[in-house]
Design a protein around this ligand. Sequence first.
Ligand SMILES: *[C@@H]1O[C@H](CO)[C@@H](O)[C@H](O)[C@H]1NC(C)=O
Ligand SMILES: *[C@@H]1O[C@H](CO)[C@@H](O)[C@H](O)[C@H]1NC(C)=O
Ligand SMILES: *[C@@H]1O[C@H](CO)[C@@H](O)[C@H](O)[C@H]1NC(C)=O
Length: 321
Amino acid sequence: MTSSVHHFLALCSIILFFISPSIAQKSFRPKALFLPVSKDSSSLQYITHVNQRTPLVSQKLVVDLGGQYLWVDCEQAGHVSSSYRRARCGSIQCKLVKSINCINNGTCTVSPDNTVTGTYDIAELGEDVVSIRYSNGYNPGREASGRKFLFGCAPTHLLEDLARGVKGMAGLGRNKVSLPSQFSAAFSFHKKFAICLSSSNQANGGSIFFGNGPYFMLPNNIDISKSLTYTPLIINPVSTAINYNAGEPSSEYFIGVKSIKINGNPVKLNSTLLSINKEGYGGTKISTVHRYTVLETSIYNSVVKAFVQAMANISEVVQHG
Ligand SMILES: *[C@@H]1O[C@H](CO)[C@@H](O)[C@H](O)[C@H]1NC(C)=O
Ligand SMILES: *[C@@H]1O[C@H](CO)[C@@H](O)[C@H](O)[C@H]1NC(C)=O
Ligand SMILES: *[C@@H]1O[C@H](CO)[C@@H](O)[C@H](O)[C@H]1NC(C)=O
């Protein structure tokens, strides 16, 4: 089966994201940062670890490619951070996430999604230290720290159905407060990242590189940025978050799939569904939170039918052989 969708979910396919041209370049800083990614074998979720807070805690997080920002469980016991700061209502931080909602002592809130269960809750917007490893393209180096890293401070129950031990989600979406955006702003490198998803449950099975390549992959140290196939990313002008402000575009990454081929033959489908409509429905997004490729019902039925037909030929050959 060779659907374009599957190419993107193939084992360890590297996906490169250019969010927008770089902004100002400051003094010399690390050119790239690195996070390890593994796959949890029971939930099939992609897992990373981010060091956060004071004293530093290694937060186990589900990687959410189209997620809006980092959110973590702030109700976990023993996790008082001396460097945590709430975002004051009306502050530049609240404006950055377009938050107009205030709670408690004038702290603004965000509405993080648990994109696995399709639920959201209200979370305090806060900032704290995040520490992440440099990358020279080969090996992860020493740690770089950013003090003012914005995230959603969520209630524990938002962790429902996330892999065991997980404390939140790492959003890599195309907005101003996602991990790639905050890292590029803090360390003044290109708003660009690469993600290699591996089916391995080993900690170094996959990687996320923030900033410029080369991106060398073990075991053979091959620079994979040289062997990529490119496809443009498409913006969905309507947010796909559960709770959002009108006029907000989606933070998810869409691509322009034009056909699905099985055994070289195009599957008959309603091609209108392959485009994003005025309400933001349709199109093809790349996601790291669904276990399998998800298809619209009529497309799914056509794919199954075409697949069965293609397989019928194969089984005939096997029987006669
Ligand atoms: C409000 O702020 C005061 C002073 O900073 C603090 O003592 C109090 O605990 C805060 N209340 C809430 C609900 O956060
Ligand atoms: C194709 O899908 C669009 C959007 O759902 C729908 O409006 C249209 O009627 C469909 N066309 C056919 C031939 O089924
Ligand atoms: C089945 O095999 C025959 C003979 O090789 C070929 O002509 C036909 O196109 C195949 N059908 C499908 C659905 O692949």
